[in-house]
Design a protein around this ligand. Structure first.
Ligand code: PEP
Length: 253
């Protein structure tokens, strides 16, 4: 019922030439995969070229960030409408690197969620606890706060375009993946939260991705979990063969 999604976050990597060449290698490597929604998120400067490289394929384009205002005196920022204009179908918001390195608050992330919903863009909304929060039994409180604040005033109808990505901060870029069971426990909790905030239908239809050191070697196990609907992949998405193997995970279809 939920189409799996495998999304690659290229972060601050790849020149124009490298980005287009990765996109075209990936295009061939996943050409036969029609069961999974495949998404790549290059840096802003490569969006337009990558859009051309994946045009007409089964790969969709995402941006790694946006600013909630439509236009105005906001030097250095990019609006949802401009991202739509360049060919993006999704935008990642709430990534832990933006929360930690750029001090983004739940309220600011919520303003982006609302702007994206109004622009009719898909949203990959990231949440996740730090190691300290997990070890001091605050994980569920943190996830509850992030979901409640981040999705405030997002209607049930608008939730159709929202994908949640559970990314435990301690697993991002560290090589430490959550076990299949840890991922399932968090995902089931998030789905129950969505039932509380919306209803069973919305919760049942919302995709919840796992993110944090996903690799070809651990994707198959993660995807056996009933509430894991895909992955947001950082490091391994920079290599076409690895990312294609992740997208072509074993129980596909
Ligand atoms: C990410 O940045 O969203 C991520 C999950 O990174 P990595 O796969 O490298 O841990």
């Amino acid at each position: 019922m939920r189409t799996p999604m495998i999304a690659g976050n290229w972060k601050l990597h790849k020149t124009l030439q490298e980005a287009t060449s990765l996109a075209s290698d990936l295009r061939s490597a996943v050409a036969d995969n029609r069961a999974v929604e495949i998404v790549v998120a290059p840096v802003y400067t490569a969006l337009s070229k990558v859009a051309e490289a994946v045009a007409g394929s089964n790969i969709k384009l995402a941006a790694q960030n946006c600013y909630p205002e439509a236009q105005g005196a906001f030097t250095g920022e990019v609006s949802p409408a401009l991202l739509k204009d360049v060919g993006c179908q999704y935008v990642i918001i709430g990534h832990s690197e933006r929360r930690q390195l750029f001090s983004e608050t739940d309220e600011f992330i919520n303003s982006k969620a609302r702007a994206l919903a109004e622009a009719g863009l898909g949203t990959i909304f990231c949440i996740g606890e730090t190691l300290e929060e997990r070890e001091t039994d605050r994980m569920f409180d943190v996830l509850r706060r992030q979901v409640r604040c981040g999705l405030k005033n997002i209607t049930a109808g608008q939730m159709g375009r929202v994908v949640v990505a559970y990314e435990p901060v301690w697993a991002i870029g560290t090589g430490k993946t959550a076990s299949d069971e840890q991922a399932q426990e968090a995902h089931a909790f998030i789905r129950a939260l969505l039932t509380e905030l919306y209803d069973e239908q919305v919760a049942g239809a919302t995709r919840i991705l796992y993110g944090g050191s996903v690799k070809p070697g651990n994707i198959d196990g993660l995807m056996t979990q009933p509430d894991v609907d895909g992955a947001l992949v950082g490091g391994a998405s920079l290599n076409a063969e690895d990312f294609a193997r992740i997208a072509n995970f074993q129980n596909v279809g």
